[in-house]
Design a binder for this molecule. Structure first.
Ligand SMILES: [Fe+2]
Ligand SMILES: [Fe+2]
Length: 191
């Protein structure tokens, strides 16, 4: 099987109907692809991995199943082991080594992409003009996007070896081009 973005999107949609979950996949894909580009790595491959990282969440919505029970489904479809291993490694509870740049980037972008999107939803101009300091302020408010694990956000940046402020700025910039797909308003809407 030739892994392609179209195939990854098809696999994701075969198992996922929830709009927020599809948007989460698209957001993490955009951030991880941006890091692939920054590091001169394979954008298509990194993007597919990110797109599929939570593909089984709808059928396996607990950590005693996700993502480990999704892996055999991906294997059956013929996805490369490198992609499957990276997906497995985003799960803290599996305690797998994040020993490649792709694994580190996926983990670093997973929670933060969702958080940045959440910040964008509550602003009239979405991600346009969203500043790092206001993202950090919201990270300190436990009630805001309470599902996002703050420790994973800081740990992700540390493991990737990037400064947290720069990481946040990088993810904001990576998500801006797909703001529309994510259902975010832009400065143009507010004008
Ligand atoms: Fe996950
Ligand atoms: Fe995720």
């Amino acid at each position: 099987m030739e892994p392609t973005r179209d195939r990854a999107w098809a696999t994701l949609n075969r198992h996922t109907t929830s709009e927020p979950l599809l948007k989460h996949a698209l957001a993490v894909e955009a951030s991880v692809r941006a890091y692939a580009s920054k590091y001169g790595e394979d954008e298509e491959f990194w993007g597919m991995t990110a797109l599929l990282h939570d593909f089984d969440w709808e059928m396996h919505p607990t950590l005693d199943q996700h993502p480990q029970d999704g892996a055999p489904i991906l294997r059956e479809e013929g996805w490369p082991e490198e992609l499957i291993e990276a997906i497995l490694s985003h799960a803290e509870h599996l305690d797998l080594p994040r020993d490649t740049l792709l694994k580190k980037a996926l983990f670093a972008c997973d929670e933060l992409s969702g958080f940045v999107v959440a910040c964008g939803y509550v602003r009239p101009t979405g991600l346009d003009g969203l500043e790092v300091k206001s993202v950090k302020k919201k990270l300190k408010q436990p009630s805001f996007a309470a599902g996002v694990n703050r420790d994973d956000v800081t740990k992700g940046a540390e493991e990737l070896g990037v400064d947290l402020d720069e990481h946040i700025a990088f993810v904001i910039a990576a998500l801006q081009p797909i703001a529309d797909e994510l259902g975010l308003r832009t400065a143009a809407d507010a004008a």
